[in-house]
Write a protein that binds this ligand. Structure first.
Ligand SMILES: NC(=O)c1ccc[n+]([C@@H]2O[C@H](COP(=O)([O-])OP(=O)(O)OC[C@H]3O[C@@H](n4cnc5c(N)ncnc54)[C@H](OP(=O)(O)O)[C@@H]3O)[C@@H](O)[C@H]2O)c1
Length: 327
C-alpha cells in the first residue's frame, strides 16, 4: 500500500486528503516511480478549484504534473530505463489519474528523462515545468536570438525566474517586470538586465529606456489580465508576444498593437513531443552544467501538509522560487 493525495470534489485546499492504495503495476511501455519530491504548480491549484483549462475526472482525482524519483519497476518493451534510475517526469496530461502527489506513480516511459547528475531531489523537482515552459515559449515559439530584448512579466514567479536565466543563457537581454520595487535587487541578482517595478516605474517609458524607442523584441507574459493591452504597446514593430500564464485571472482586453505576432502558449505543446523534449533536456543539462540555470526552491513541505501547501500557494507570499513537497 502507498499514500496518495486525492480529492472527490473541486473546491478549497481542504478538499485534498490522503488515502492508502495498492501500488499499481506498470503495463507495457510504462515505468513505476517511487516519488522523492514534487514540484507544486499553479495548474494544480486551478484543477483542484475547478477553474482549470479542463475538467478533472471526479471522484478520486489525483493531482501533480511535476516530480522526480527513482524507477522501481519497469513494464515490458521499455528500453533505456531500468530499476534504480533517477528520473524527472516531463509531462502528465492525465494527472487526475496518475498525478505525482503520491508515494508512487505509473507513467509512460516516454514521459520521463534521466535526472541531471548533481541535482538533489528538491532542486530537481523545481526544474522541469518552469524551465521547459521558459525554453519552449522563448526559444521554440518566439525564436529568441542573442541580443533580443525580452520583456518578462511575473518575473519573480518560478517560470519568470527560469525565463530570465534561459534568456541570459543564449545572450538575450531579459527585462524583468514585478509589481514591487522591493524585489528589484533580487531580480537583478537573478540575472535581469533591468528590472521594471510597476509600483514606481512607467512600464512603457522604462522599456523604451532599456530597449530603445522601438520597444521589446519579445514579450513573455505570465500575468495577462487588464494590463495585457498596455503591455503589448511595449512590443517592437513586428514583435512577438507569448502569453503563457494567467496570474491575474481578470478579463484581458485584446491588444490593438499591430503588427504583432501573438501566441497562447501551453508547455504540453512541446513536452508531449519526444523530439522537442530531447532538445529541452540538452539545453537544460548544458545550462545546469555551466551554472547559467539555477532552479530555486522557496520551501519544502512534507506530503502530510498538502492542504497547507495549497493554502500557502494561494496566499502568494512565497519568496522567488518553487514550492516543493518531499515524499
Ligand atoms: N504555459 C504553461 O505551460 C505554464 C507552465 C508553468 C506555469 N505557467 C503559468 O505561469 C505563471 C507563473 O507560474 P509559477 O508557478 O511560476 O508562479 P509563482 O511562482 O507562484 O508566481 C508567484 C509570483 O507571481 C507574481 N504574481 C502573482 N499574482 C500576480 C498578479 N495578480 N499580477 C501580477 N503578478 C502576480 C508575483 O510576483 P510580484 O509580486 O513580483 O509581482 C509572485 O511573486 C502562472 O500563471 C502559471 O499558470 C504556465
Amino acid at each position: 500500500m502507498a499514500r496518495v493525495v486525492v480529492f472527490d470534489e473541486t473546491g478549497a485546499p481542504d478538499v485534498l486528503h490522503i488515502v492508502d492504495e495498492p501500488v499499481g503495476e506498470p503495463a507495457a511501455g510504462e515505468v513505476r516511480i517511487k516519488i522523492e519530491a514534487i514540484g507544486i504548480n499553479r495548474l494544480d491549484e486551478l484543477l483542484r478549484a475547478g477553474t482549470g483549462p479542463r475538467p478533472v475526472r471526479l471522484p478520486h482525482a489525483r493531482l501533480g504534473c511535476e516530480g522526480t524519483g527513482i524507477i522501481d519497476a519497469v513494464g515490458a518493451d521499455v528500453e533505456g530505463l531500468g530499476v534504480g534510475d533517477a528520473v524527472i517526469v516531463t509531462a502528465l496530461p492525465t494527472m487526475d489519474i496518475n498525478g505525482t502527489y503520491a508515494e508512487y506513480t505509473v507513467v509512460p516511459a516516454n514521459a520521463v528523462i534521466p535526472r541531471p547528475t548533481g541535482l538533489d531531489a528538491a532542486t530537481a523537482a523545481a526544474l522541469w515545468v518552469s524551465y521547459s515552459t521558459a525554453y519552449g515559449a522563448l526559444i521554440e515559439k518566439a525564436r529568441m536570438r542573442p541580443g533580443d530584448h525580452v520583456l518578462i512579466t511575473g518575473a519573480s514567479s518560478s517560470a519568470g525566474l527560469a525565463a530570465i536565466q534561459v534568456a541570459r543563457q543564449i545572450g538575450a537581454i531579459p527585462l524583468a517586470v514585478t509589481r514591487h520595487s522591493a524585489k528589484k535587487a533580487a531580480l537583478s541578482e537573478a540575472g535581469a538586465g533591468a528590472v521594471i517595478a510597476t509600483d514606481e516605474d512607467d512600464l512603457l517609458k522604462a522599456v523604451q529606456q532599456q530597449a530603445g524607442p522601438a520597444g521589446a523584441d519579445i514579450i513573455l507574459d505570465f500575468v495577462m489580465g487588464p494590463g495585457l493591452a498596455e503591455l503589448a504597446e511595449a512590443a517592437a514593430f513586428n514583435g512577438t508576444l507569448v502569453s503563457a500564464g494567467y496570474l491575474d485571472s481578470r478579463p484581458a482586453p485584446f491588444p490593438m498593437k499591430a503588427p504583432l505576432t501573438m501566441y497562447r502558449y501551453m508547455s504540453f505543446e512541446h513536452t508531449l513531443d519526444p523530439t522537442v523534449v530531447r532538445r529541452i533536456a540538452a539545453f537544460l543539462t548544458a545550462g545546469l552544467r555551466t551554472g547559467a540555470l539555477r532552479p530555486a526552491v522557496d520551501r519544502v513541505f512534507p506530503l502530510d501538509d498538502i492542504v497547507a501547501v495549497h493554502r500557502y500557494m494561494e496566499q502568494g507570499q512565497q519568496r522567488p522560487g518553487k514550492i516543493v513537497v518531499s515524499v
